[in-house]
Design a protein around this ligand. Structure first.
Ligand SMILES: *[C@@H]1O[C@H](CO)[C@@H](O)[C@H](O)[C@H]1NC(C)=O
Ligand SMILES: *[C@@H]1O[C@H](CO)[C@@H](O)[C@H](O)[C@H]1NC(C)=O
Ligand SMILES: *[C@@H]1O[C@H](CO)[C@@H](O)[C@H](O)[C@H]1NC(C)=O
Ligand SMILES: *[C@@H]1O[C@H](CO)[C@@H](O)[C@H](O)[C@H]1NC(C)=O
Ligand SMILES: *[C@@H]1O[C@H](CO)[C@@H](O)[C@H](O)[C@H]1NC(C)=O
Length: 588
């Protein structure tokens, strides 16, 4: 249909000029559907985004390109979603009171029947239920069966191991990592030293320095321990008013503000978030320095500056909040699958949504900065949609495989939990369009996998929603699923030998030859690939091989995880799969 014609006829829009017209059409055609699912009878009985989370995630996946976006000047630049030309259908299932399984399933059903191309779901449970009780696993299975890939946030339960809530192999579970644009909030001491604190602070204090007081010296009622946290009713207004206050814990910041402090400085916790008053948080070393300065100075002074962006050359690093594997439901399926930007992401926000939890914070914004696997998931959803623009006929597992096998490796030695934190690594949108080989799995393969987990036909049907059934003598294990990564749980100190049968399909050009390389710096495992050369004559031709992993000596202290990579290369494409052996223990 010619939208322009329809628009001008129905709405009398002939009078708007071309650029106005284009921007109007842009807005109208971006969100093409919005539905509400409210079986919880939440008082917010409207599809309006009162929370902001949905606008943020949707615009990250498919927002139009906007110049000069920022949060009060912080993180200023052009903002755009992964596929700015894509359209968005919204299914609102979450409220302050939670997200009901019935609503999630109904939304999946509607999205499938609406014919969406990709489903991005930034919600989940802290610990994964069995697949037959997992509304996301069930909904995404139905989507997969209809050719639609679901991307799901891994969860914000990190850094504990076994915290990943998104476990089904037919969806992509996305971890969150940092980008090289870091936001800092400088603290300037009276002696001229500047500390690179952390927070998202848009306030500019009216002055260059303020008296600095430590919470423990600003009380007449509390003991030193409590007072240094600035907690509760400890702070004496007359000792705090007009000053910047030093608190051991961020929990005291609100009380400090109420007691009349112009700002507060506390010890860092995790990633910076937007603060409702001038606040900066310091790492341990910086906090010790300000303590020393405070103790050794007669009239200590400090200032808290407005946030600014700096370059973080250590990025990407998996965020501490990002949920970690192992997979509690299917130990042989590596989850999360991949990581993507999820820390301090600037994206669109609903002007009716609160900027912080603080009631007195009345700011209303079109863009805000949020962190979470909720933010990383739509990055990968946008990339999946981008892949689909080149390859509309690819199966969900082909797109998933392309994402996983082209991710670039992260430095496992930086983390205790390595691949259990970042899966195959950091998503690469450009390479993912042309993966070369693909590990494809279809509905029947996933049914077989569930049967091999010991699910009976009745249980399998609770997931599949059709009359799929398990064969009488189910063989194998989930490690046999044609998944683009390989994982196995082994027993501590014992030796082991595991075989992963895999089949790749040639999604590159005809007449290509791939050679296997194993990248393995781990002394606890050895990896063999047989055969290690695959020659394809045709496009879409399939070839099978077996990866054998032998190892021993994994132990909870020295080596809870042993990881290597298999790379198939034809000189143009590198098709990389992580191989992970781990022991069953809390390695967090
Ligand atoms: C600084 O002063 C201006 C003008 O008086 C005022 O609007 C603003 O709120 C003040 N800023 C802070 C952080 O108190
Ligand atoms: C300011 O004080 C801190 C803490 O004593 C000290 O580490 C720092 O070097 C001082 N800065 C200057 C410029 O003297
Ligand atoms: C990985 O990290 C370790 C420890 O920080 C470092 O020694 C090594 O050079 C890094 N390797 C790469 C490839 O960045
Ligand atoms: C069940 O299986 C039969 C035979 O395989 C098929 O004809 C039928 O359509 C299936 N029913 C449903 C509800 O999927
Ligand atoms: C692949 O090789 C065969 C045999 O050498 C040849 O007939 C065919 O044209 C080649 N196909 C392509 C796409 O190059």
């Amino acid at each position: 249909m010619n939208q322009k014609e329809k628009f001008s006829k129905d709405d009398g829009a002939e009078k708007v000029d071309e650029s106005q017209y284009r921007s109007l059409i842009g807005c109208l055609m971006k969100v093409i559907g919005a539905q509400l699912y409210n079986s919880l009878n939440d008082p917010d009985d409207s599809v309006r985004d009162r929370d902001g989370h949905g606008s943020h995630t949707a615009s990250t996946a498919a927002g139009n390109k906007i110049k000069g976006a920022s949060f009060y000047g912080v993180a200023e630049g052009s903002a755009r979603g992964g596929v700015p030309s894509a359209r968005i259908a919204v299914y609102k299932v979450c409220f302050q009171s939670g997200c009901a399984d019935a609503d999630i399933l109904a939304a999946f059903d509607d999205a499938i029947s609406d014919g969406v191309d990709i489903i991005s779901v930034s919600l989940g449970k802290r610990s994964a239920p069995n697949l037959n009780e997992d509304s996301l696993a069930i909904g995404s299975f139905h989507a997969m069966a209809k050719g639609i890939l679901t991307l799901n946030s891994a969860g914000n339960g990190g850094p504990n191991t076994y915290s990943v809530g998104s476990v089904a192999p037919w969806m992509v579970s996305v971890a969150a990592s940092t980008t090289d644009r870091q936001i800092i909030t400088k603290v300037v001491l009276g002696n001229g030293t500047t500390l690179a604190g952390s927070s998202i602070n848009t306030f500019v204090l009216n002055g260059t320095e303020f008296p600095l007081v430590y919470g423990k010296d600003a009380t007449r009622t509390c003991d030193e321990y409590e007072a240094q946290l600035c907690s509760g009713d400890c702070l004496e207004r007359s000792l705090v008013e007009g000053k910047i206050i030093l608190c051991r814990s961020i929990t005291g910041d609100r009380d400090a503000h109420e007691a009349g402090a112009v700002g507060s400085i506390s010890q860092e916790f995790d990633v910076p978030s937007i603060v409702p008053f001038p606040i900066s948080t310091l790492n341990e070393e910086e906090f010790r320095m300000i303590e020393t300065y405070y103790i050794s100075t007669k009239n200590p002074k400090a200032n808290i500056l407005k946030s600014e962006s700096t370059k973080d050359s250590s990025a990407p690093v998996v965020a501490s909040f990002s949920s970690r594997g192992p997979n509690t439901i299917i130990p042989e399926i590596l989850k999360p699958d991949i990581t993507a930007p999820g820390v301090d992401i600037l994206a669109a926000y609903s002007p009716v949504a609160p900027v912080t939890d603080e009631a007195e914070d009345k700011r209303s914004v079109k863009y805000t900065i949020l962190s979470g696997t909720s933010m990383s998931c739509p990055h990968v959803a946008g990339i999946a949609a981008y892949i689909k623009t080149f390859h509309p006929d690819w199966s969900p597992s082909a797109i998933q495989s392309a994402l996983i096998t082209t991710a670039w490796p992260m430095n496992g030695t930086t983390y205790d939990d390595g691949e259990l934190a970042f899966g195959s690594g950091h998503v690469d949108p450009v390479k993912a369009v042309s993966p070369g080989l693909v590990y494809e799995a279809l509905k029947a393969d996933y049914i077989n996998m569930m049967c091999s987990m010991g699910y009976d036909t009745k249980t399998v049907r609770l997931v599949s929603g059709d009359n799929s059934s398990c064969p009488k003598d189910t063989k194998g294990s989930p490690k046999d699923l044609n998944y683009p990564s390989m994982a196995v749980k082994v027993e501590e100190t014992k030796s082991f030998k595991v075989e992963f049968p895999r089949t790749v399909t040639n999604f590159g050009s005809a007449n290509s030859t791939y050679k296997a390389t194993v990248i393995n710096t781990n002394s606890h495992i050895k990896v063999q690939v047989n055969p290690d050369i695959l020659s394809f004559k045709l496009e879409k031709e399939k070839k099978s091989f077996v990866v054998t992993v032998v190892g021993q000596g994994l132990d909870s202290i020295e080596a809870p995880i042993a990881a290597a990579s298999l790379v198939w290369s034809d000189g143009t494409h590198s098709v990389r799969s992580p191989i992970v052996a781990y022991i069953d223990r809390n390695i967090g």
